[in-house]
Design a protein around this ligand. Structure first.
Ligand SMILES: Cc1cc2nc3c(=O)[nH]c(=O)nc-3n(C[C@H](O)[C@H](O)[C@H](O)COP(=O)(O)OP(=O)(O)OC[C@H]3O[C@@H](n4cnc5c(N)ncnc54)[C@H](O)[C@@H]3O)c2cc1C
Length: 287
């Protein structure tokens, strides 16, 4: 299939890009194109104009101070290859290595993945678990949106129509913290049928001081698994408490089914993937 006709803009500044979006409600941002272009070819999306971010300086790259900041146009391969991430937040590089295939990883971007908010995307859950903040720039200026308030519904985020996601800022937690992500992949696409990210912090007495657990692939948008988090905090992370938290994980989630996996099967997968990822995060926290 061919897409509908559209105008193509390649601005060289963020201001110009925001101006183009503000002037044309039918315009859409183009990043790596790995979600938008297939949707256009299937005529599921028909924007009147594309605003390509590829020539805008400053949207690519990874820097670190107390936190790690990743430019929206940074590709999955750049995440995989980053020494900065391997040293401070290796789970980000690990997750990037498991996205799609070599073509997707070479062009797909972190910003595109978060802005698209596919219900099965890997990085939406990871950013929720890591407690990241998203920076957006639009005609009203710049604002910071916590990941917890960013992912609203299927393919819908808190971004306004003329806002561009410019960067993601991820805190680097101190102390005994373990981070992990695991997914049960769809065999054809590699997308998560169920994917779960966990960030567990241990207190001085070895019990779980804080837990952030987020699930993707089984609801309209990635969501925190509040029941699993509540079951972990204050507990020693034994095989029994981890199994109990994994068993509690589906509670409160709006789990949906499709042709590939029923809601009941996905709910079961949440408990299985949940136990595995919590065990991995706990082992990493213990060091
Ligand atoms: C075969 C295949 C397998 C895949 N497997 C996986 C997988 O295993 N896991 C996974 O998570 N994803 C997977 N993906 C999706 C892939 O990660 C996409 O690259 C990603 O979802 C979108 O990023 P992009 O840079 O390509 O964005 P685009 O396709 O260019 O844009 C996607 C949407 O986000 C908007 N957008 C993009 N960037 C911005 C921005 N900076 N500010 C505001 N809006 C923006 C666009 O307007 C568009 O609506 C797969 C895709 C394919 C084709």
């Amino acid at each position: 299939m061919f897409p509908n006709q559209f105008a193509y803009h390649r601005p060289s500044t963020l201001e110009e890009a925001v101006g183009l979006l503000a002037a044309d409600p039918d315009a859409k941002v183009l990043a790596g194109g790995h979600s938008l272009l297939p949707a256009m070819k299937l005529r599921l999306a028909a924007p009147g104009a594309l605003v390509d971010l590829a020539s805008i300086e400053g949207l690519r790259g990874i820097s670190a101070d107390g936190a790690v900041t990743i430019g929206a146009m940074t590709t999955y391969n750049q995440l995989v290859d980053s020494d900065e991430l391997r040293a401070r937040l290796p789970v980000v590089a690990e997750v990037a290595a498991g996205v799609g295939d070599p073509q997707v990883r070479s062009l797909g971007t972190l910003g595109g993945s978060l802005a698209h908010n596919d219900p099965a995307a890997d990085f939406t859950a990871l950013m929720l678990a890591l407690g990241a903040d998203v920076t957006a720039v639009g005609s009203q200026g710049e604002r910071t949106i916590p990941a917890d308030e960013f992912f609203l519904d299927i393919l819908t985020t808190a971004l306004g129509p003329d806002e561009i996601l410019t960067a993601v800022r991820i805190p680097v937690p101190a102390g005994r913290v373990g981070m992990a992500y695991q997914k049960h992949e769809h065999p054809a696409s590699g997308y998560a049928v169920v994917g779960i990210a966990a960030v567990l912090a241990l207190g001085d007495d070895g019990t779980c001081r804080s837990a952030r657990v987020a699930v993707t692939g089984c609801a309209p948008t990635a969501t925190r698994a509040a029941a699993a988090e509540a079951a972990l905090v204050g507990q020693a992370l034994t095989p029994e408490t981890i199994a109990a938290a994994a068993q509690a994980a589906p509670g409160g989630l709006e789990i949906t089914g499709d042709l590939y996996a029923s809601a009941e099967y996905r709910s079961h997968l949440v408990t299985v993937v949940g136990r595995r990822v919590l065990e991995q995060a706990a082992a990493r926290a213990r060091g």
